[in-house]
Design a binder for this molecule. Structure first.
Ligand code: NAD
Ligand code: TYD
Length: 354
């Protein structure tokens, strides 16, 4: 079986669903169910014996030791993290705990388990650490995209905590020989993304006739990848990735935030026009910028394409239309995700209610 952490969150849940749609190898899924974890994302697996869910903390060393001993996984896919930059600015402590201490505890538990495996199983074992392109910092407009050789230069508490966890994962390979792989992926979007992140946030705000708040001038650029393509890349790394290697994953779809929000508005103008006949884009407003806001991320994903044969299946246009349609088709999921905690967050961050 494989051991997934954070498998009730956005990417983790998509990964678990994708994994079990492609093979019958069972998944042990450990998730603390923070505000971002949602078992509804995995409702399709109800009664499926291939999915074993445990609610718990990656910082709980005794729990981790028990899970490794009982389930004897052949690989770990480590998604669990605090993942939202704006939350990290308001409360960095939880990011240090979950992302740094949590990764440390998981690496230690994996190392203790791996050290006792028979030689062939130990060689085949993998610990895949899911990281982000944000650890590389901010690119100047004319700079070439990030590669695996780009130095870590994180600017937010979130990216700093992810960078620290990358360093731990790398060191556990170099020092102890643990067969670690690391991936740095660009911004994901798709079904089940918690509506604090740009794309679902803007879809939901437009549907509720609320303002669409672009931070600063809205000219910050991100590279966007549909979550199904990220899941396929991680599946590929777990099969063919080389221990000790890092793989950058991206969609070659660099867009400014302004472009992304206008694209969403154009889709909604077609799929869910406003009652007054005006464009959703008329609700775009510019608000105070995020402190330390990274201006640009872009990823050169040539290594994983060359070495592992991965490339994205979705374009930004196809993936974004599917995503907008998914949110339109899942009002119950949205209502449940917009819990009390979510409403409090919106009030704190934007000074309005959801
Ligand atoms: P998410 O916030 O939607 O989900 C994170 C999940 O981790 C949640 O289910 C949460 O309950 C769980 N979790 C948090 N702390 C935990 C703990 N201490 N113990 C156990 N579970 C815990 O995040 P996401 O967007 O799905 O991101 C998943 C991973 O991918 C993260 O490591 C993130 O850094 C990385 N990543 C995200 C993106 C993106 O665009 N979202 C891009 C690149 C990399
Ligand atoms: P986000 O989805 O939080 O991802 P990240 O900060 O990890 O890239 O934000 C994506 C971009 O959108 C980022 O430049 C911040 C910007 N943004 C806004 O302009 N307004 C918003 O309301 C949100 C949530 C994000």
């Amino acid at each position: 079986m494989i051991f997934v952490t954070g498998g009730a969150g956005f990417i983790g849940a998509n990964f678990v669903l994708d994994w079990l749609a492609h093979c019958d190898e069972p998944v042990l899924n450990l998730d603390l169910l923070t505000y971002a974890g949602n078992l509804e994302n995995l409702a399709r697996l109800a009664g499926d014996a291939r999915h074993v869910f445990v609610q718990g903390d990656i910082c709980d060393a005794a729990l981790l030791a028990r899970l490794f001993a009982r389930h004897q996984p052949r690989a770990v896919a480590h998604f669990a993290a605090e993942s939202h930059v704006d939350r990290s600015i308001l409360g960095p402590g939880e990011f240090v705990r979950a992302n740094i201490e949590g990764t440390f505890c998981l690496l230690e538990a994996a190392r203790a388990y791996w050290a006792r495996l028979p030689a062939a199983e130990a060689r085949a074992f993998r610990f895949h650490h899911v990281s982000t392109d944000e650890v590389y910092g901010s690119l100047r407009p004319e700079a070439p995209p990030f590669t695996e050789q780009s130095p870590h230069a994180p600017n937010s508490p979130y990216s700093a905590s992810k960078a620290a966890s990358d360093h731990l994962a790398r060191a556990w390979h170099r020092t102890y020989g643990l067969p670690v792989t690391i991936s740095h992926c660009s911004n994901n979007y798709g079904p089940f993304q918690f509506p604090e992140k740009l794309i679902p946030f803007m879809i939901l705000a437009a549907l509720a006739d609320r303002p669409l708040p672009l931070y600063g001038d809205g000219a910050q650029a991100r590279d966007w990848l549909h979550v199904s393509d990220h899941c396929a890349a991680i599946r590929r790394i777990l099969v063919a990735g080389q221990a000790g290697e890092t793989y950058d994953i991206g969609g070659a779809s660099e867009r400014t935030n302004q472009e992304v929000v206008r694209h969403i508005c154009a889709l909604l103008d077609r799929l869910r026009p406003r009652a007054d006949g005006r464009s959703h884009a008329e609700r775009i407003v510019h608000v105070t910028d995020r402190p330390g806001h990274d201006r640009r991320y872009a990823i050169e994903a040539g290594k994983i394409t060359r070495e592992l044969g991965w490339q994205p299946a979705e374009t930004f246009a196809s993936g974004l239309e599917k995503t907008v349609r998914w949110y339109l088709d899942h009002p119950e999921w949205i209502a449940n995700a917009q819990s009390g905690a979510y409403r409090e967050w919106i009030a704190r961050q934007y000074g309005t209610t959801a």
